[in-house]
Design a protein. Structure first.
Length: 430
């Protein structure tokens, strides 16, 4: 069985890394898997960059067009919106690889148009992994409080638009025309994402599976905490909190503002010596007041380095406002580090409250502070949480577990001609 994964990048960003882990897990399981990407950073023969000059020019043009499109709406919210209106030759490039199954991942930044995805789905089995909500909205990668995706988009709050026929309505119409007769299967990494897809007007009639993303549990693994701290030059007498996001403290959706407020509450209450470690893009402006010492690490591009930081801290805090299945939580659990998050999106799928971490009511900084304190204040309880976190990662999120579930789904699609699928995740676990 030959599978081709289509992704804007092979490794940059959480969705790309999730696609890469699936690709590697499938290859380890004996599947002939390859990736077709616009942005190639890894020197692996099974990862193929767009080959033709025309295809590359159109791909670059799509990325530029996405940036220019935002200027049409000067009052748009600071969120990502995908128009994907520049034609592409991705379908032709995919066909040249002669796949049995095509798995589309995150194809934002103008990489692949809905029309190309529709053409691919009509030619053979196609799976679209829902790394965010773009596949079933008019262009929003996360819809916030908006429910228009359940109808047909328009007057988009993300665009700051009051017009019914705006860019979001045009995007919705294009996807509806491209996908309405396309026999695709959607895979949601979390139950929250699956529920949203099933409510949407675009994927309401599609088959939606729930298969979580994976983590390399050989790379992200527990290390003796004191040993990890000495290697990184960290103090042994403080409770260390990790916040990791590619955008750092700059993206309000990742919720650093809530963590900063919670840290100030913890500092004011005293009793625990705390330090915060922030991995990701440095703040664009003044650094927020957190009330506790902060180490700004910048972007950590190497998984092994990131794994070491996860193993060295006491808790990973992931205070996202809206989230699918956060890689940062998976990385922490695999390293044996409890995680704390708000009870939103896919967080309850990953974090067993008061078992492998703690969940706080959104979006209350005091509740977040209480959850952090509960995780780190008692050393014997912390050891139990750490062991449960690692067990959770090994049983639910290991590469082999995800690869088995996807392989079962692909095989069923091939047997049924791509038009239906059983609940592969349940059958794979049975």
């Amino acid at each position: 069985m030959r599978v081709v994964h289509v992704s804007t990048s092979d490794s940059q960003g959480g969705a790309a890394r999730a696609a890469l882990r699936l690709h590697r897990g499938l290859r380890d399981a004996g599947v002939d898997s390859s990736m077709l990407v616009r942005e190639r950073f890894l020197n692996e023969p099974e990862i193929v960059r767009l080959r033709g000059r025309a295809a590359r020019l159109l791909g670059s043009g799509g990325a530029v067009a996405e940036r220019v499109t935002g200027r049409l709406y000067p009052h748009h919210a600071p969120v990502m919106f995908g128009a994907s209106w520049v034609p592409d030759l991705v379908a032709r490039e995919v066909r040249a690889l002669r796949p049995d199954v095509v798995n589309v991942h995150w194809v934002g930044a103008g990489f692949v148009t809905p029309e190309s995805i529709g053409r691919l789905a009509r030619r053979g089995p196609l799976v679209w992994t829902l790394h965010d909500t773009y596949p079933f909205t008019g262009g929003c990668h996360y819809f916030g409080d908006c429910e228009a995706y359940a109808a047909r988009c328009g007057a988009c709050p993300a665009l700051g638009s009051r017009a019914a026929l705006d860019l979001s309505r045009v995007g919705w119409l294009r996807k509806w025309r491209a996908l309405r007769r396309a026999p695709l299967v959607a895979v949601a990494p979390s139950r929250w994402m699956a529920d949203a897809a099933r409510r949407s007007s675009l994927l309401r009639d599609a088959h939606v599976e729930v298969i979580p993303n994976s983590i390399d549990t050989d790379v992200f693994r527990p290390i003796e905490r004191s040993e990890a701290r000495r290697a990184l030059g960290l103090p042994l007498d403080r409770r260390m909190l990790l916040f990791a996001a590619a955008s750092g403290a700059n993206d309000p959706k990742k919720g650093f503002q809530h963590l900063a407020a919670a840290a100030r509450i913890l500092a004011a209450n005293g009793g625990l010596p705390l330090e915060l470690v922030v991995a990701g893009t440095p703040p664009a402006g003044a650094r927020p007041d957190c009330g506790v010492p902060v180490r700004w690490l910048g972007v950590i591009g190497d998984d092994r380095a990131l794994a070491a930081w996860n193993a060295a801290v006491d808790v990973a805090v992931v205070p996202s406002v809206q989230e699918n299945l956060a890689n940062t939580v998976l990385e922490a659990l695999a390293a044996g580090t409890p995680a704390v998050a708000f009870r939103v999106g896919g967080m309850p799928d990953m974090i067993e409250d008061r078992v492998s971490g703690a969940l706080a009511e959104p979006f209350d900084p005091r509740a977040l502070a209480d959850a952090i304190r509960w995780v780190v204040e008692d050393r014997s309880r912390h050891l139990e949480l750490s062991a449960a976190a690692r067990r959770r990662a090994e049983s639910e999120y290991a590469l082999a577990v995800q690869a088995r579930r996807y392989r079962a789904l692909y095989e069923d699609l091939l047997r049924s001609g791509g038009r239906s699928a059983r609940t592969a995740s349940a059958k794979a676990n049975g």
